[in-house]
Unconditional design. Sequence first.
Lengths: 192, 186
Amino acid sequence: MTKNPEYHSAPKASLERLVQVLAAYGAEPARWPAEERVELVAIASEYPDARMRSAAQLDTVLDALPAVGISADLTQKVIAAVPPSTVMVPVIKPTLTEWLADLWSWEPAWRPAAALASVVLIGIALGVVSQPPAQDHPAIDKVVEIEIVWETDFDFTDDELVIGYASDVEFTWDIGFDPAGIEMASFVVGNM
Amino acid sequence: MRDDSEHTLMTQVAAGDQAACRIFVDRYLGQIVAYGTRLLGDRETAQDVAQETFTRLWTHAARWEPRGVKVGAWLHRIAHNLCIDSLRKRREVLMDELPERADPACSAEDELHHQDVSVVVAAAMARLPERQRAAITLCYHQELGNIEAAEVLEITVEALESLLTRGRRKLREILQDSLPDLLGEV
């Protein structure tokens, strides 16, 4: 695309440029090039010209063309052509953490969540330790794997978190990620 | 609050989100039908063009990249190319059918006695070369800025100004005799 020497040869915001703009865009400043508009309007006010009136006449005639409406039927056809979704749109549900954060806004939500979980797990642990201890590992009485449908976004994956004590028994859990998408928690019950 | 930026909306359209599709239809369908009608002089074909334009929007949304071009300008460019194809086919049909030529003695002034102003102006517009007609329609009736209109036609702003100037000059020539009457009736 080569430049036409007839255009933009005039200095910016000159009377000559105003004449070019009137010939191309008409007399309505809203249609003039945005970057030149303010200066050209100032020049136009200083130099009223027959060409301005002439351009305005043609604008008036062009404005006589009626608006084109669209039918509801066409709108329906266009919408009906939308292909069915092929991409899953994630539906964001509030996580347990967010729910807890609403209830427990004065400190991090993992604390009440951990407290809640520990109550449950301690109950399980007490049930486990009351059974005969495993014989093949002297340091660990019992390892229990439980599946958790993980709704929180706790950020202590791969850490070992001490969640509670009961007399001389330490309860810890390791959190790992199962490729199947299920968070696994190994619940270890051992002697301190 | 829904993010209605065009980039986000295009992502949602690509995912088949009907609400996002509806926003684009509300924003642009009327404009595209109007553009096609003015370029083709035929509302029915313009509606077909608009349908095809939106079908391409739905199917290309996943691959759309802004690259500084707004969705509206991109849709106008698709519609413009479809209209040019349609006009080309129409010309081929007309050549095959050898239609009656318009009476050269029948001026715009004569038409004024039989038809209203808008029809006369539309007829005058129809006599412009396609690209001049497209340039005037984009800048006057579609209210696109000069940069966007140039993008639709895939030309420089300087070339757009040249088309506009020649188009207006030609319109004035066509309407020269009837202009005072037209202005009296508008």
